[in-house]
Design a protein around this ligand. Structure first.
Ligand code: FUB
Length: 323
């Protein structure tokens, strides 16, 4: 499969988080819609209100829409904007972690629980204590520990925080200063809270120095994803305003990670967001672009393409426009 395939042409779905549960591929995307809200750097035009779940028996097979599994109206602490989510399984229960603004317009991370991978998901009364920003990625390590990776700049509000506290004035670093880091945190045994203070996931350059904020082709912006390949930890992410999906490799879930390269060059549309999955001995990149909506960046369509590695474990880059 060296050409990408649109997964669900009937509706706009973005930020696809893909996992294998019960021998099938399940996809947890954001559900884009036309809200009429003008585009701005705050991302107000991404005004999503619910989530659907999709499953596939095989990458080339039919995509089943399991319908609406969570609605903003059913979340007690809801303000607005259901952004990226992810799901993991523990002891037969499925935990959805999602980004949403609370009633004060502050992004927090929430949890909703289901007995089946296709939901419906029942939200907790409150957001996760101490959570902030967007784009949770849930990762189960071989040790049985579960981690959440999160964070996103500008509309995702990560620049408002340092050391997990709101700062004032809430400014971005200078170009020569260290880049803002995504966060990593171990989840509690019941999967509903953080078990510790979130830590910075530091991405280093080849000389062992943290990437700088001005290094826009490499530094983190949003869209965290973690996977393991041949025993090493691969952290991948979007560079936001330079529109790349990049990756960095580490030897434990907390890092540090060393920048390795680009996975996906810019696609049509401002945002780029992905997940990486192994299924039946092949690897796949799930992502989105705005080609079917004629370039409307808030109306994105989810896609999949095969991902390959070279003999040293480097990911072979994919062209976002021609693939
Ligand atoms: O879908 C809303 C936001 O756009 C996501 O949370 C970001 O990663 C970007 O894809």
């Amino acid at each position: 499969m060296n050409k990408s395939k649109y997964l669900y042409p009937k509706d706009y779905m973005a930020d696809p988080s893909a996992h294998v549960f019960e021998d099938k591929i399940y996809i947890y995307p954001s559900h884009d819609r036309e809200s009429g809200i003008p585009e701005n750097d705050n991302g107000d035009h991404f005004d999503m209100q619910d989530y659907h779940v999709f499953s596939l028996e095989d990458v080339q097979g039919d995509v089943v829409d399991h319908g609406k599994v969570l609605d903003v109206k059913d979340i007690p602490w809801a303000g607005r904007q259901l952004w990226d989510s992810d799901v993991t399984e523990k002891n037969g229960k499925y935990y959805m972690y999602f980004s949403m603004k609370d009633k004060n317009d502050v992004f927090r991370l929430g949890v909703a629980v289901a007995s089946q991978p296709y939901g419906p998901f029942v939200p907790q009364e409150h957001p996760i204590k101490g959570s902030y920003s967007i784009d949770p990625c849930a990762f189960k390590d071989a040790t049985g520990d579960y981690y959440l990776y999160f964070g996103g700049i500008w509309g995702g509000q990560l620049q408002f925080y340092r050391n997990n506290k709101i700062i004032s004035p809430n400014e971005l670093p200078q170009d020569h200063e260290d880049a803002l880091s995504p966060k990593v945190v171990k989840l509690s045994a019941d999967m509903l809270e953080f078990s510790e203070e979130p830590k910075d996931l530091v991405i280093l350059d080849k000389n062992g120095n943290p990437l700088k904020h001005g290094d826009t082709q490499k530094r983190f912006f949003e869209a965290s994803w973690m996977h393991k390949y041949q025993g090493r930890y691969y952290f991948s992410y979007s560079t936001g305003d330079s529109h790349l999906i990049c990756y960095a490799i580490g030897d434990n879930p907390y890092g540090p990670f060393t920048y390795e390269g680009v996975i996906l060059s810019p696609v049509v549309g401002w945002t780029t967001h992905h997940s990486i999955l192994e299924f039946k001995d092949k690897w796949y990149l799930f992502y989105h672009d705005s080609v079917p909506s004629g370039g409307k960046t808030w109306l994105r369509s989810m896609k999949v393409i095969e991902l390959t590695y070279d003999e040293n474990g480097h990911i072979m880059p994919i062209d976002g426009l021609s693939s």
